[in-house]
Design a protein around this ligand. Structure first.
Ligand SMILES: Nc1ncnc2c1ncn2[C@@H]1O[C@H](COP(=O)(O)OP(=O)(O)OP(=O)(O)O)[C@@H](O)[C@H]1O
Length: 636
């Protein structure tokens, strides 16, 4: 999500000031290519040529499955990565708009007039698809996890267009998917790097669960005997970690100030201890209920929405929340959607790391087995490095979990991210290979496949927007990834261009699952403070708490428009401004076209009634979903 770094486009002015060798190398390369009018024929063939060729052959020059005209104004070869897309006859001249008739399905045809940010859609008939799986509800009342099955989404392309069915019974999750709420111990075999297959989950009985709830810091005595893994105590990454720890020290002053307000956070909390605390104290972090008011206080907590039970009032929209305005929702989420009801003002009890968690660490390789090459980026919840696996020589990305944001030990966002990414495997979702540990037990790294670019950074180096066929190629991959998530009942909740990675083969992958969570039927209230502001759906901006896949689809619509226009579609500064921008473009919704609109909790301010196209484009998500049907149908 990189909310910290990518929170607004302004931030990118500073992005390259870092001594980030990798970033500047990429940039120089692109600029050089721009100067040369760079075609890179070597790379063309590597971009899923079969997919693209087949799609474009099927589409023909005037049969874009999306029905988009080439409003990009892009020219072939004006960009390095562009050259990695196969450019077919479907591309039009710069500025040319497709007519609705160019689509195979006129009902799905779309024309975009980006100059005035108006998007028109034909009578978009929206069809829903039947889910392959129904949701498992991670409900703490359930007490038991029924099973971790081997089922997996097949990501098949056959989609039935049927009337919206009632949500089916709980789904079988992909192989190895472990609902965080159900874990109270994780064991990994010690002789090889852990994979999800190594994870053994033990589940509390309701009675155990109750005990944990009552005495969160208490661990069984027989679990206290542990020893540290020798291979991680002498880590060379210790030095580099110290450098990071220096950053922590920089925060000490702030921390000292904070302690007037909040109990001082445990420092150097052993990971094992932390994760145990987290797992024990958060009996059901994925439950999804609205959290009670007993949340963090103090300077940091003040910036967070501490009470989501309280009805959102006008102030929510009138206040300029700097973080929200900058799109930094992750900051909010760690508390607001932590889904546990732990009183964070309570001083955590010190507890020895129990054996089972040390077992987990023993199973992990040391980060020493990787050679650090350079720092790629630093987000709110992690620092990402480029590194080389000394054994295999493979270049990977290492995301170090930041612990300092958490008072309660191992960050919930990271638990979720690791859980989802270790479990889900899809070409459009970044692959996490394993988890490795650093010199101290509170440093933990996710080993991910290395991706050379993110779409946000990439677009900043481009003089022209992506062409029509490039957008189609990117959107197809993105939609397939999101479809896979939704088929498996996971909402990403922070889709934006900086969370979309791309490699030099033109493959797009979704990353940053820190805000992701499972949803189910019936819907439960979740925090509405999710999704970076510019990509946040109006229902979230208006405080709705029972939301679903449409919020991701809205983000996809914003992303698609941004790919075409090279500028964010709705770049509001505050939540109110964001809504205003949306309504000015799409029209102000009303009770007729959006039943329940008048009762939305955030509708305390009256918006100017814009009589634009909202009735026809009620949610961009619908548009994108409709496009997906067409794309997939053509592709298959
Ligand atoms: N596998 C990867 N390969 C290359 N770069 C990556 C990879 N994963 C992440 N990055 C880079 O690091 C940035 C931050 O990663 P990510 O968004 O996962 O961190 P985060 O701490 O969760 O961010 P946020 O501040 O949004 O919470 C990304 O925007 C991307 O530029």
């Amino acid at each position: 999500m990189a909310a910290g770094r990518h929170s607004g486009y302004r931030e990118h002015e500073f992005r390259d000031k870092d001594s980030d060798v990798d970033q500047s190398r990429r940039k120089e390369y692109y600029q050089d290519r721009e100067r040369r009018g760079g075609h890179d024929h070597r790379d063309r063939a590597r971009v899923r040529p079969r997919d693209v060729k087949e799609r474009e052959a099927l589409n023909g020059a005037s049969h874009s499955p999306l029905g988009f005209g080439n409003s990009s104004g892009g020219k072939a070869g004006d960009h390095h990565v562009r050259s990695r897309f196969h450019r077919g006859p479907v591309d039009r001249e710069p500025g040319e708009l497709s007519s609705g008739s160019s689509s195979d399905d006129p009902e799905l045809s779309v024309s975009m007039v980006r100059d005035n940010s108006v998007i028109n859609q034909g009578n978009g008939v929206l069809s829903s698809k039947r889910r392959k799986f129904s949701p498992i509800i991670w409900d703490r009342d359930d007490g038991k996890l029924s099973a971790v099955t081997n089922s997996k989404s097949k990501n098949g392309h056959s989609i039935e267009q049927v009337a919206l069915p009632p949500l089916p019974p709980p789904p079988q999750l992909p192989e190895g998917f472990v609902p965080v709420s159900s874990i109270n111990s994780v064991q990994l075999s010690a002789d090889h790097a852990p994979t999800i297959h190594d994870v053994k989950v033990s589940v509390d009985s309701p009675q155990d669960q109750q005990n944990h709830d009552q005495e969160p810091g208490v661990v069984d005595e027989d679990e206290e005997d542990f020893s540290l893994a020798p291979n991680i105590s002498t880590s060379r990454w210790a030095d580099s970690n110290n450098a990071l720890d220096d950053d922590d020290d920089d925060d000490d002053e702030t921390e000292d100030v904070k302690q007037d307000f909040v109990p001082k956070r445990r420092r150097n909390t052993p990971l094992a201890n932390s994760i145990e605390q987290r797992l024990l104290k958060a009996p059901s972090p994925e439950v999804g209920e609205v959290i009670s008011a007993s949340k963090s206080s103090g300077s940091e907590g003040e910036r967070r929405d501490t009470d989501h039970e309280v009805e959102v009032d006008k102030n929510v929209y009138m206040d300029v929340d700097e973080d929200a305005a900058n799109g930094n929702v992750a900051e909010h989420l760690s508390d607001t959607d932590s889904d546990d009801d732990v009183d964070r003002t309570e001083s955590p009890k010190t507890a020895q790391p129990p054996q089972r968690c040390i077992n987990m660490l023993l199973g992990c390789r040391s980060v020493d087995e990787f050679e650090r090459l350079n720092k790629i980026d630093e987000g709110t919840y992690g620092v990402v490095y480029r590194a080389r696996d000394k054994k295999t020589g493979e270049v990977v990305a290492l995301k170090k979990v930041k612990m300092e944001k958490e008072r309660e030990g191992f960050p919930l966002t990271s638990l979720r991210e690791i859980n989802v990414l270790l479990s889900f495997h899809h070409p459009s979702i970044v692959d996490v290979k394993e988890v490795v540990v650093g010199s101290s037990l509170d440093s933990i790294f996710m080993v991910m496949e290395y991706m050379e670019h993110d779409l946000k950074g990439l677009m900043e180096t481009m003089k022209q927007p992506f062409s029509q066929s490039e957008v189609k190629c990117l959107m197809l991959q993105l939609l397939e990834g999101v479809k896979y998530l939704h088929d498996n009942w996971v909402l990403h909740r922070d889709l934006k261009t900086s969370n979309l990675l791309m490699n030099n083969r033109g493959e797009l992958k979704i990353c940053d699952f820190g805000l992701a969570r499972q949803y189910g039927s019936p819907l439960k209230p979740y925090t509405h403070l999710v999704v970076t502001l510019w990509y946040r759906a109006p229902e979230l901006l208006l405080g709705i708490k029972e939301y679903s896949t449409a919020i991701d689809m809205w983000s996809l619509g914003c992303i698609m428009a941004e790919l075409f226009g090279k500028e964010p579609l709705f770049n509001g500064k505050t939540e109110l401004d964001q809504l205003d921008k949306i309504f000015r473009t799409l029209g102000t919704p009303n009770e007729k076209i959006w039943p329940g609109f008048a009762k939305l909790p955030g509708l305390k301010v009256s918006f100017v009634k814009q009589t634009l196209a909202f009735t026809r484009l009620r949610a961009m998500g619908d548009l994108v979903e409709a496009s997906l049907f067409t794309l997939v149908a053509v592709d298959s």
